[in-house]
Design a protein around this ligand. Structure first.
Ligand SMILES: *Cc1c(COP(=O)(O)O)cnc(C)c1O
Length: 476
């Protein structure tokens, strides 16, 4: 299996060649040259494997379709090391629970940081360690976070050989829980940098450092952002696991509702569907930052700058430029790299928008790809959290609430609707308090988190100083 860029670059790269890379050299995103096609026999085989041997074996089977440059025994060992009941709190890793009739929730948030990003990031940590060791190389990961991504990355990379993490975050602006989660790590390879500024300052620092190519090469700077293909691939697995739990055999179709920001999670659903998984609808749920909903309703994709991005009570979806969206648009345009590059590197760069309303591909989008969309506001979230608690006794986090709200608009009689749970309520206690006038339960392993000693470095928003800090502390 070779990988190519959505904008046309291809150089016969294999999975491990692109594993440690970010964007392709032409600015596009990597995709496999084809999506493997599964038939009815394959699906019953995978269903048996999932039912009899569990999530890690299912992950191994799906990953094997895309990875042919890691020996099978090693890949299986990596999957088994990653997807354990110990790390994910349940033998099934992503258990499905039925709320009411055909409405289900797929639990994805029982990993170390209590958000779904662990599902992919934990595997990424093990893949990075494996590949770096194989090459005898080191990597210094530099990132910016306002919460979820940073902690998932740190918990995935802590203690790993060959990897160090330098994570910038806006000083004093993360929730207490998220700050405690990251800053209480004492692993020698984790460096928390609290930048005296806002999240944009952190992102600008990362950009500035990455644009200094000499520094980047000398200090082997890498990233773990959501455009990484390995992360997306790891997420494909739980669409299969959710499907197998909700259905008895391959004749049944299901829909998934996905709280969305950077379009990574739901793009994994798109990949699963392209492989033949019987998904009828992929419901893209956004919050007030609704660029994706706007596109699926109208064909017009208009990115917004940070001044026009709302701070909402589902903060991990406060995104107005969906970094994985180009992967879907490439498929929508019949995998035409010239047209894709025209939209993303020319039109978006020049005007911040493109419009496919009159493109014949847009007219058949829903039938060909199953995508539908909707939007949820703060009021909707509060109402959904209250409804879930009073009717079913179940506490859901604000992001999952967005998914539930929009799912309700697309329920079809007789067809399971699976809402992806993307975080646990404990991470967003303020909103839960506002909705329910009570605090969420704190899982046992986090009971002492907020009284643990914190370890972080406060620094001004100055790329130069951060570079010296990395140079001083990096592995060589
Ligand atoms: C990252 C995140 C999302 C958005 O997922 P995308 O892959 O960016 O679409 C939704 N909810 C939570 C809790 C997240 O952490």
């Amino acid at each position: 299996m070779f990988y190519l860029s959505t904008r046309g670059y291809h150089n016969r790269q294999k999975f491990c060649d692109i594993l440690l890379e970010g964007l392709a050299p032409d600015g596009g995103l990597y995709l496999p040259q084809t999506y493997p096609q599964l038939n009815t026999k394959d699906f019953s085989r995978l269903r048996d494997i999932y039912n009899n041997r569990g999530y890690a074996f299912l992950a191994f089977e799906i990953l094997s379709l895309y990875i042919d440059d890691i020996p099978s025994a090693d890949l299986l060992a990596l999957c088994q090391k990653t997807y354990t009941a110990e790390v994910f709190g349940d033998q099934r890793i992503s258990p499905l629970s039925t709320i009411d009739g055909n409405l289900h929730i797929l639990a994805l948030s029982n990993g170390p940081t209590l958000a779904f990003k662990d599902m992919a990031m934990q595997l990424l940590g093990n893949l990075f360690e494996y590949e770096l060791q194989r090459r005898g190389e080191q990597l210094n990961i530099l990132g910016a976070t306002s919460g979820d991504t940073g902690s998932a990355a740190e918990y995935a990379m802590r203690g790993k050989h060959g990897v160090q993490v330098f994570m910038t975050s806006p000083h004093g602006r993360m929730s207490r829980f998220q700050q405690a989660q990251m800053f209480s790590l004492t692993d020698k390879n984790i460096f928390n940098i609290a930048v005296q500024g806002v999240f944009d300052d952190c992102q600008n620092i990362v950009k500035a450092v990455s644009q200094d190519l000499a520094f980047k090469r000398k200090y082997k700077i890498g990233t773990v952002n959501s455009i990484n293909w390995a992360r997306l691939l790891a997420q494909v697995v739980y669409y299969f696991a959710g499907y197998f739990q909700a259905t008895a055999d391959h004749s049944q179709t299901v829909s998934f509702s996905v709280p969305s920001g950077n379009f990574g999670n739901v793009c994994a659903g798109h990949v699963a569907r392209m492989m033949g998984l019987p998904i009828s609808q992929l419901v893209v749920a956004t919050n007030e930052n609704d660029v994706l909903d706007e596109f699926f309703r109208s064909g017009s994709y208009k990115i917004r700058d940070s001044a026009r991005t709302f701070e909402t009570s589902s903060p991990s979806m406060d995104i107005s430029k969906a970094s994985n969206f180009e992967r879907f648009i490439y498929d929508l345009l019949k995998q035409n790299p010239v047209k894709t590059a025209g939209l993303f590197s020319d039109q978006i760069a020049a005007t911040g928008s493109f419009n496919l309303a009159s493109d014949p591909e847009f007219a058949v989008l829903k039938n060909r790809f199953g995508f539908v969309s909707g939007k949820s506001t703060h009021e909707n979230r509060l109402r959904t959290i209250r409804h879930m608690f009073s009717t079913y006794g179940q506490m859901v986090d604000p992001h999952t609430a967005d998914g539930l709200k929009v799912a309700a608009e697309y329920m079809t009689p007789g067809e399971p609707m699976i809402v992806l749970e993307t975080a646990l309520p404990v991470k967003f206690a303020d909103t839960i308090m506002q909705a329910l006038h009570k605090l969420p339960d704190v899982p046992e392993k986090f009971k002492n988190l907020e009284i643990m000693p914190l370890r972080f470095e406060v620094m001004p928003p100055d790329a130069g100083q951060i570079k010296s800090y990395i140079a001083m502390n990096c592995a060589d």
